[in-house]
Write a protein that binds this ligand. Structure first.
Ligand code: XIL
Length: 369
């Protein structure tokens, strides 16, 4: 039997040849491709990855120590997700601790793991005001700052050309009031650095999807209004912005205002949208009631993503409370992830599975008549 015939037979039998589908073109609307069959689920129990509709990636941020040291962490990462983001390993300070001296090991390990497990890698992050190496000096003249930033973007994107499906090209460039954040890049290079970063990244890997990523923009806020305008202006100027990332570091008691409508208005600009860093922190101590509300919010964010065709991925910022950044950064809060500190699934995980299953019968049921 020829390869083509084997492939045709497998397809006819309803078996997926690849675990995640190529990206759908950006657009908006409620039409969804038929979700992958639950028959592809690993024996035992269905995972998020098994139930996710094709064309929407389900990812997690990955902690370097978990990845290299913990078999149980690796196992869950490999089975629940078909995409991942480096929580820290691809940040500039970690990649280039000294000028021209690169430390690729952590990022390479992540990319290798992803590819061994059929997972897409979302690159995070090229231009940010935080985690800039200490040797980049605010005293340098503008030309030097520009050269070093261009070199950084070009080197990192080139290294992973063809192996990273999307990049956060710029991260958190807006202030809460919607103006461009006062950073070294803005002060030295002026507002044009945003467009330049996209052009450099595009030149280094024309196949990568290029995102602008921010927090506090999930609902309709002053900041999301400003982001919408920024993205529109960039696209009108021909800047290769392909997508908008909504970090979604949420609080259990503060759902964003009109999440779905907000994602839609971005989609209408012709860009993809993505949930890039979702976690839902609760005020400690976590109670069953709080974890139920947390689960509802996780579900709502997934539902919003699935309701907007342009939403191409749904990523949580770590999957276990054992390794979450929240307790270290948000005093009094924690328990923000889908799995607890012992890697047992929480109500939020069950809620996501349930939401995905609810989408199945509708799409999979035979058409009437
Ligand atoms: C956080 C990591 O989770 C922490 O481990 C690290 O110490 C600081 O950065 N927005 C972002 C992420 O874009 O890179 C941040 O990640 C969380 C907020």
């Amino acid at each position: 039997m020829s390869v083509a015939l084997v492939a045709a037979a497998l397809l006819a039998a309803g078996m997926a040849l690849v675990r995640y589908a190529p990206e759908r073109p950006p657009g908006d609307g409620d039409a969804r491709p038929v979700p992958s069959s639950p028959a592809s689920a690993a024996p035992g129990r269905e995972t998020l990855r098994d139930l996710m509709p094709p064309g929407v990636k389900i990812g997690s941020a990955v902690d370097g120590r978990g990845l290299s040291l913990e078999p149980a962490y690796r196992a869950l990462l490999g089975t629940e997700f078909n995409a991942m983001t480096a929580e820290n390993a691809m940040k500039w300070r970690n990649l280039e601790p000294l000028p021209g001296v690169y430390a690729w090991t952590g990022a390479d390990q992540l990319v290798d793991f992803a590819h061994q497990h059929g997972q897409a890698v979302y690159g995070h992050t090229l231009v940010w005001h935080s985690d800039v190496p200490k040797w980049v000096s605010p005293d340098w003249p503008a030309d030097q700052v520009r050269a070093v930033l261009q070199e950084h973007v070009t080197t990192v994107v080139s290294r992973y050309r063809g192996r990273v499906w999307a990049w956060d090209v710029v991260n958190e460039v807006l202030d809460e009031d919607g103006t461009l954040r006062d950073t070294l890049w803005l002060r030295k290079l002026g507002p044009g650095y945003v467009a330049d970063a996209f052009r450099w990244a595009h030149a280094a890997d024309p196949g990568a999807r290029l995102f602008i990523n921010d927090y506090g923009v999930e609902g309709r806020t002053r900041k999301s209004d400003a982001l919408l305008k920024l993205v529109r202006d960039l696209r009108r100027a021909g800047v290769p912005v392909d997508g908008v990332g909504f970090q979604s570091h949420l609080r259990w008691d503060q759902p964003p205002r009109d999440l779905t409508g907000n994602l839609r208005r971005f989609a209408q600009l012709g860009v993809s949208v993505a949930i890039t860093e979702l976690d839902v922190r609760v005020a400690l101590p976590a109670t069953p009631q709080k974890l139920e509300r947390q689960a509802t919010l996780y579900r709502q964010v997934l539902r919003a993503c699935l309701a907007v065709t342009a939403c191409v991925s749904f990523t949580v910022w770590g999957f276990t409370d054992a390794r979450s950044w929240i307790p270290g950064y948000h005093r009094g809060y924690g328990a923000a992830c889908l799995f607890d500190g012992s890697l047992a699934p929480k109500p939020a995980h069950a809620a996501l599975l349930d939401e995905l299953r609810r989408q199945l019968p509708r799409a999979a049921s035979p058409s009437p008549g």
